[in-house]
Write a protein that binds this ligand. Structure first.
Ligand code: ADP
Ligand code: MG
Length: 697
């Protein structure tokens, strides 16, 4: 019997429909106002809501509840408490108070705070975020929360995101008022994250210590075939993958996640899932949940879902396209150019604010996509380069050029003719696609393509929101005092000056080319190649000024994030280096030593034909020489890793040492081992090869 999606969609979510049915009218109304407008909920209602949520959750199989939050490191965090409380006769009743819904105090001293909190004063509070729905999963009620310190500092990724959404709304409304809009009361940033991932067989995964410890392969020679035929992209789905994807859809839909697009991606074993966009807050929560569900559903199918940015060298890695826009509570997309963008001054104002913001804060955007994993992608000709630029597309570029030069702009006819009589002609999009741009206008939104596949999208979005809020606020500051009769002329002047001063950040060409790297340098656009080069700039004065102006992050909160990002980078590379050492010593070197010995024994026994002995001798020499190289590189890697770890008092120095002293030796060791892999019989090789892993599902 087939199940209708509409019958079970969001069945595990305490959403608007459930609230309407279960809450007393005034409480429901107050909750709706809180969710939609951000007005605080009357504290006396909290008990009523808590009771309704508890009853609903128990009916849906929950025995526990958890405050679910997003600490500064890793993915989400949860600690479960049961609803049970003892009665006088040693039985139980199920209890849940408003206080328990609204506030929690996990003993959270082990979460890194980047110096915001000393271990001895470890209080951290979780506080309910009523703008994102509660849901039931695996017998627990999940309550989305923020996580803050005793002194109110943000210890998570959600708090700055919520603060930035408020800031953007306030500033965007100032702009809307300038254009005579008196009805909009809230502007919300929206995002649709396209999630890339790999699926591999669990049996292969279990045999690779590197995948288990680090989420990526640290060794592995390229198989004869990689992705050059591009025959995986949009290819039909193999039965096992199709079964996984439909199980994934069903699980996500039950959790109210609007999973809508699924397809095979470019690299062998790579795939993508995209949901329908939502507010940046809800989308961030749902993306975190989606990643968790993907990993769990994969296991049910004997598969492992790899969310790492670069699980396999030599083929594409995975990113997360962050499609971002701003919408009003009365349904207007503020980045929709409409049919006549040249006349749409409101759209051009928002567009220019984005252009100026991206140019002034390229470093922040680059930082928001920085991690040890993503360093393998950015600038490696498979993902956008590490240089931030904006792709505008032909039509909008024409509009901006016309505005700048004071000429008029005529839209071209936009009918797309296929040239087959039976097929209908259809309207052409106003922009073509440019895959090579890190920040591309795609019709009614910007697609920020640098974000890593495993990243929490909170950070790129709170930075984007803050940057644009700042630019809108500057425009509003200038324009609010201009008399109505001069408004059009003054605004035009302002937009022209923005275009003139910031057009260097617009680039419509091939972002993968070497010419662009040179051109960008001439334009003065930064090119931070790695995490350690760019992350410290988050604490630059102009960035602190931006983030503290709207209360998104204070200086202490920014400094904490810098420290945590760099510390996490150093720890990640440290684990990778130690895993390589372990694998080299326990697997590759012993295998190659015994293979060399086998060859030498055979030569010594003189029982081979002369010609074979010759081959054996040649092989023995190659294997033993590469084994020696591997052995020496392992020893060197032990040395540099220990030296990097020894710098422990200064986090930026440690991170730099891992980047510049440790990674080159890791590369050296890998090259020697990979060269051994291609001349060693496959049955002797101690781990599955790339061809066994990525062509095997
Ligand atoms: P692509 O063609 O780039 O692969 P997809 O259809 O896979 O596009 O994904 C596009 C994403 O952009 C979807 O998640 C979609 O919901 C999202 N999106 C569409 N409109 C908006 C908007 N106004 N704001 C934010 N995201 C949007
Ligand atoms: Mg895309």
């Amino acid at each position: 019997m087939s199940k209708k999606v509409s019958d079970y969609f969001a069945c595990d979510v305490f959403n608007d429909e459930v609230m309407k049915a279960r809450l007393p009218k005034p409480v429901y109304k107050a909750m709706t106002k809180t969710r939609k407008m951000g007005t605080p909920l009357d504290p006396t209602y909290a008990d009523v809501v808590a009771n309704a949520i508890k009853d609903w959750a128990i009916e849906h199989g929950a025995t526990h509840y958890t405050h679910w939050f997003q600490p500064m490191t890793g993915s989400t965090a949860e600690k479960h408490d049961s609803f049970i409380s003892p009665t006088d006769n040693d039985m139980i009743i199920m209890n849940f108070s408003g206080k328990e819904l609204v506030k929690g105090e996990p003993d959270a001293s082990s979460f890194p705070s980047g110096g915001l909190r000393q271990t001895c004063s470890a209080r951290g509070y979780t506080a309910w975020d009523p703008t994102s729905y509660c849901f039931v999963k695996e017998g627990s009620l999940y309550i989305p929360t923020v996580f803050v310190s005793y002194t109110g500092e943000a210890l998570d990724k959600k708090t700055p995101l919520l603060r930035s959404m408020d800031a953007l709304s306030q500033q965007a409304i100032r702009i809307l008022r300038l254009f005579g809009n008196t009805t909009t009361t809230k502007v919300t940033s929206t995002v649709g994250p396209e999630q890339e991932y790999f699926l591999i067989d669990k049996k292969m995964y279990d045999k690779r210590e590197d995948l288990i410890m680090t989420g990526r392969t640290l060794f592995g020679a390229m198989p004869p075939k990689g992705q050059e035929l591009e025959d995986q992209y949009f290819a039909n789905l193999k039965p096992r993958i199709a079964a996984f994807m439909s199980d994934l859809d069903e699980t996500l839909w039950k959790l109210g996640i609007f999973a809508t697009t699924k397809h095979n991606e470019v690299a062998p074993a790579q795939h993508e899932m995209a949901p329908v966009f939502s507010t940046t807050n809800i989308s961030t929560d749902q993306n975190e949940l989606a990643m968790e569900v993907m990993e769990k559903v994969a296991l049910k199918h004997g598969l492992v879902c790899l969310l790492h940015e670069k699980p396999f060298a030599g083929v594409n890695g995975s990113g997360k396209h962050n499609n971002w826009s701003m919408g009003t509570n009365d349904g207007q997309n503020l980045l929709d150019p409409g049919s006549t963008p040249m006349e749409n001054m409101q759209f051009l104002t928002f567009l220019c604010a984005v252009i100026k913001g991206i140019d002034e804060y390229t470093d922040l955007l680059r930082i928001s996509a920085s991690s040890a994993g993503n360093d393998h992608r950015l600038g490696a000709n498979e993902a956008p380069p590490a240089i931030i630029s904006i792709f505008m597309g032909e039509e909008l570029q024409g509009v901006l050029d016309a505005l700048e030069s004071g000429t008029s702009y005529k839209s071209e006819s936009k009918v797309f003719e296929i040239g087959v009589d039976a097929l209908p002609d259809f309207p052409k999009d106003s922009t073509d696609r440019n895959r090579t741009s890190p920040f591309a206008f795609t019709g009614n939104r910007f697609e920020f393509r640098m974000v890593g596949s495993s990243d929490n999208i909170g950070c790129p979005n709170y930075l984007l929101n803050s940057i644009v809020a700042e630019e809108l606020s500057e425009i509003a500051d200038q324009m609010e005092s201009v008399p109505a009769e001069q408004f059009d002329d003054e605004l035009k002047k302002l937009l022209v000056s923005i275009i003139k001063n910031h057009k260097r950040v617009i680039f419509n060409g091939n972002g993968y080319s070497q010419e662009w790297v040179e051109e960008a340098e001439k334009r003065g656009l930064p090119n931070y190649r790695s995490t350690v080069d760019c992350v410290p700039h988050m604490s630059d004065e102009k960035n602190i000024a931006l983030l503290s102006k709207f209360g998104v992050l204070s200086k202490a909160e920014v400094d904490a994030r810098v420290e945590i990002l760099l510390d996490n980078y150093a720890k990640t590379i440290n684990i990778e280096a130690l895993t390589m050492i372990d694998m080299a010593k326990k697997k590759y070197i012993p295998t190659c030593v015994s293979y060399t010995k086998e060859l030498c024994d055979s030569i010594a026994a003189k029982n081979s034909l002369e010609i074979c002995a010759c081959v054996e001798k040649d092989l023995a020499e190659k294997v033993s020489s590469l084994t020696k190289q591997s052995y020496e590189a392992t020893a060197k890697l032990e040395e540099v890793t220990a030296a990097a770890a020894a710098k422990k008092d200064c986090v930026p120095e440690v991170a730099k040492a891992y980047r510049y002293e440790v990674i080159p030796v890791m590369d050296e060791l890998r090259a020697a081992v990979d060269a051994l892999e291609v001349i060693t019989p496959s049955e002797k090789w101690p781990v599955p090869a790339y061809s066994d892993i990525i062509f095997n599902v």
